[in-house]
Write a protein that binds this ligand. Structure first.
Ligand code: SOE
Length: 386
């Protein structure tokens, strides 16, 4: 018997993200034993019953559902986790919020600002606990960057630079649409690298450096037509394969962002660098436990870039894992997000990023796409509060 308060999870979708979230619910209690809430893998939902059942058995879900509406109607489900393609987020999240379920949604919140707004309203109207999985904030080195910035170590910030580079769509033979490839299909994804990859960079950037005021962008679609998995026909590719933008932050600093799926040799190279009046920091996902730090206030004879191996017990989240010097990885960022969500439930506080925060990121993404389309600067209308 457990003295914990149980949260029964009903997850929709079991792809790559379904696995990362499921793993997080499974691990969190082992590594954050002090939490009062305990997630239970109650039900997993998708259309293909055979594969769904195999997934449920492999990962330890108690039951399966093939219709997400039924899942939401179940009295034994407390929280709906959305890991579907982007075009399904809104309908599921709104129905779940209206049914009084907590909602944990994979990023980006939706395909557009207009689609996301009723989600934000439904969540606001029902007052249910919610979060959006912008997981990179919770990599310990990235969280440490936040602590250094908030402590004023960098002083006034002048520059924020971020890249997210991949190379998996270079082949023109790759179809668009369908399982695994819905990210190439604009109808399912809403955009290409802007919503899929730059959204991560934007979330981290605004968390670290405040709101983005306006943007000027260029996008490119290198492969103009691909066979659509659904129709078997060649169809126009509507997503952005690459996107570059620059921007002004509210604090006066300049931002420069680039994302592409055509950077041969780079699989998931998310990097950022921030330059302040006293110090600079940089981080990259391929070496995710390290934070590079340069402080101009150091004695000149020993001044230089320090490589901080973020594995010590007094560094963010690291007291929960192994012993100093031993690294953790990508999947732990999801465990941390679930742990923080549960802690917020316990404390009655808001877990960021919530739907409203994710809508601000959505606004920047949309301004970026509009700027590229109209070849003009666009205001974002962002109201950043966290
Ligand atoms: C795309 O390849 C992708 O899986 C994104 O959808 C994730 O959000 C990103 O973290 C890694 O790349």
């Amino acid at each position: 018997m457990t003295s914990k308060k149980i949260i029964n999870i009903g997850m929709v979708g079991y792809g790559f993200m379904g696995r990362t979230h499921t793993n997080a619910y499974k691990r969190v209690g082992d590594f954050f034993p002090e939490l009062k809430y305990k997630p239970v893998l109650k039900a997993i939902c998708a259309r293909n019953k055979e594969r769904l059942t195999a997934f449920a058995e492999q990962w330890g879900y108690e039951s399966v559902e093939t219709d997400w509406r039924k899942l939401i109607q179940r009295d034994d489900i407390d929280a709906i986790d959305i890991c579907t393609p982007n075009n399904m987020h809104a309908e599921i999240a709104i129905a779940a919020a209206k049914a009084g379920k907590m909602v944990l949604c994979e990023k980006p919140l939706a395909r557009s600002v207009a689609e996301a707004q009723p989600m934000v309203d439904a969540i606001g109207g029902s007052g249910v606990a919610n979060t959006v999985y912008y997981n990179y904030r919770r990599i310990p080195a990235v969280t440490l960057a936040k602590q250094l910035i908030d402590a004023g170590k960098l002083g006034k910030i002048f520059h924020y630079r971020a890249n997210f580079l991949q190379d998996w769509t270079i082949s023109p033979e790759l179809p668009q649409g369908g399982e695994g490839l819905w990210r190439l299909d604009n109808a399912a994804a809403g955009s290409g690298v802007t919503g899929d990859l730059l959204a991560h960079c934007i979330d981290t950037a605004m968390w670290l450096n405040g709101g983005i005021k306006d943007v000027s962008a260029v996008t490119e679609t290198f492969i103009k037509e691909r066979v659509h998995t659904g129709t078997g026909e060649k169809q126009k590719v509507e997503i952005d394969d690459a996107c570059l933008f620059h921007c002004h932050f509210e604090n006066g600093s300049l931002g420069l962002f680039e994302s592409t799926r055509y950077a041969r040799g780079h699989k998931a190279l998310y990097t950022f660098e921030i330059n302040g009046e006293h110090a600079s920091i940089k981080w990259n996902l391929h070496d995710l436990s390290r934070l590079e730090y340069f402080d101009h206030r150091d004695e000149s004879i020993e001044r230089g870039w320090r490589s901080i191996h973020v594995t010590d017990g007094d560094q963010p989240y690291m007291d929960k894992w192994w012993v100093p010097g031993l690294s953790i990885g990508y999947e732990h960022s999801f465990v941390h997000q679930v742990a923080d969500f549960l802690k917020c439930l316990e404390d009655g506080t808001t877990c960021h990023p919530n739907f409203n925060d994710a809508q601000q990121t959505q606004k920047v993404c949309e301004a970026v796409l509009n700027s590229a389309k109209t070849k003009s600067w666009q205001k974002t209308g962002v109201k950043w509060t966290n």
